[in-house]
Design a protein around this ligand. Structure first.
Ligand SMILES: [Fe+2]
Length: 482
């Protein structure tokens, strides 16, 4: 559905397009293959353990009338989910509904930042990490740059330098502050950023109330896109502050947390017949362009684990010298092990017993919890050690409805490189330089994590990171040939 004959708005870098209906759907859908579940009861996995339950499920009304697609580039180089374009069909939301959604998402970002002191919000612990203050400002810059400045005549920028400071990667917008130096920005202060957010929120509220009816479908779609973008940064904010706090010898907790002991079920397998199956977004509701177009993929029969790999299973890998056996590792993975001295997942520490740093501070590793913060290289080596493999992203998506721990614990590394789907084409114009050009050197993760805003992901959602990345919530689901 994403491809469009339209052209982006030159100044804003945001293109609003009319969608050609003929590219919205697969015209001759292949028969869907049935799943045979063995040893487990199929169920949809509900995010019951999400940290904080951000505001409930996201409600988007897709429709076959009044269709528009909005394409937007929000760039963060070489990082999953920071660089994206968004496409969706839109039936314009009511003003009240969008105003409510706007308040909910924006206030949730502030709630996530509220446990942090100003000093916490400035630190950048590695180039991939952005300070909390920067996330709060950049998500605001997004609305100002792509919505308010180009569409509201009387809008006044909060500060002329913010376009430079809080542009992530957007070439059309112009020069920007170097990403690795975001932690040097002691000014503007946290207080300044709070005022910046209020300034933009006031303007957005006024726009929602006063937008002419004929502009509402496109305006409301852009606002909603900005809110999805902000939800992505809510997860990034938590990933990043976890890394920041972990680098402090005091190991401060982000927030109080309760850890109830778990009981792991035996790993059961979902047997799948395979065949020709449909993969990708069906065009109803919100989706990023990398989920399109829906297309047919052939799958050989396979099996996929109904739950994630546990910490106890990972400890067995460590105890069997898994990090010291080059035969288990891809060449690049083994090089990473040597270069970084990996001996266990990120945030694990072995001092008589294994402990793990969490957003609630350091605690003992729970043997039954899903392992997280492992790279694709580690996930791949573990699977090889077990005599299994990682699922392809297509196998994962096709079996998604039968999987436990699908989107509420850890994202799951797949064996699939992040590549365009057949017939995917970058948008014309400036926004075309994004997304497609980064489909190189990264691997796809599917599912969702406990820190992902509830309702933000879906079975067709494609997250992606370089294979050596470990600071995202990345876990392991095994698969095998039937
Ligand atoms: Fe962004």
């Amino acid at each position: 559905m994403f491809r469009s004959p339209g052209r982006p708005t030159p100044d804003s870098g945001v293109g609003v397009f009319a969608v050609r209906p003929e590219v919205s759907d697969t015209s001759d859908p292949a028969p869907r293959t049935s799943l045979r579940i063995s040893g487990a009861t199929a169920r949809a996995c509900v995010g019951v353990s999400r940290l904080g339950h951000y505001g409930g499920h996201h409600s988007i009304s897709g429709g076959r009338d009044a269709r528009h697609a909005v394409v937007l580039a929000c760039p963060q180089p070489r990082l999953g989910r920071g660089l994206f374009r968004i496409a969706r069909r839109v039936t314009a939301q009511t003003r009240d509904a969008l105003a409510q959604q706007h308040r909910r998402v924006r206030s949730q970002t502030e709630a996530l930042a509220s446990p942090l002191h100003p000093e916490d919000q400035v630190v950048q612990s590695m180039p991939d990490v952005s300070p909390t203050k920067w996330h709060r400002a950049h998500t605001t810059w997004f609305f100002e740059t792509f919505l308010l400045a180009p569409n509201v005549k009387e809008y006044e920028h909060f500060h002329e330098s913010y376009t430079y400071l809080f542009n992530s990667y957007y070439e059309v917008v112009g020069a920007r502050h170097p990403r690795p130096e975001r932690g040097l920005l002691s000014r503007p202060t946290v207080t300044d950023i709070a005022r910046y957010r209020a300034h933009v929120d006031d303007a957005l509220t006024a726009l929602i109330e006063s937008c002419p009816d004929d502009e509402w479908p496109e305006t409301s779609a852009l606002i909603e896109l900005g809110l999805h973008h902000e939800q992505q940064h809510q997860e990034l904010l938590l990933m990043d502050i976890k890394h920041v706090l972990s680098c402090n010898p005091l190991e401060p907790a982000y927030a109080e947390g309760q850890c109830s002991s778990r009981v792991a079920t035996p790993m059961a397998w979902v047997d799948v017949d395979g065949g020709s199956v449909e993969i990708g977004h069906d065009g109803e509701g919100f989706g990023f362009d990398n989920e399109f177009p829906r297309h047919v993929v052939h799958l050989d029969p396979y099996r996929i684990a109904d739950r994630l790999v546990t910490a106890a299973e990972w400890i067995a890998f460590v105890d069997d010298d898994g990090y010291h056996r080059p035969d288990l590792w891809l060449a690049d993975g083994w090089a990473a092990v040597q270069a970084h001295g990996w001996e266990a997942p990120l945030y694990w520490w072995n001092d008589d017993d294994w402990s793990v740093f969490t957003l609630a501070g350091r605690r003992a590793v729970d043997p039954a919890e899903p392992v997280g913060h492992v790279s694709h290289f580690e996930a791949d080596a573990f699977a090889r050690w077990r005599g299994e493999r990682l699922p392809t992203e297509f196998e994962w998506e096709h079996a998604a409805a039968a999987l436990h721990q699908r989107d509420d614990e850890q994202w799951q590394w797949t064996a699939s490189a992040y590549l365009p789907y057949p017939r995917f084409q970058p948008a014309p114009g400036a926004v075309g330089e994004y997304n497609g050009k980064f489909m190189s050197g990264q691997m796809v993760l599917r599912g969702g994590a406990g820190i992902t805003p509830a309702g933000h992901t879906r079975p067709t959602y494609r997250n992606f990171f370089p294979p050596g990345s470990r600071w995202m919530y990345g876990g392991v689901r095994l698969a095998g040939d039937a």
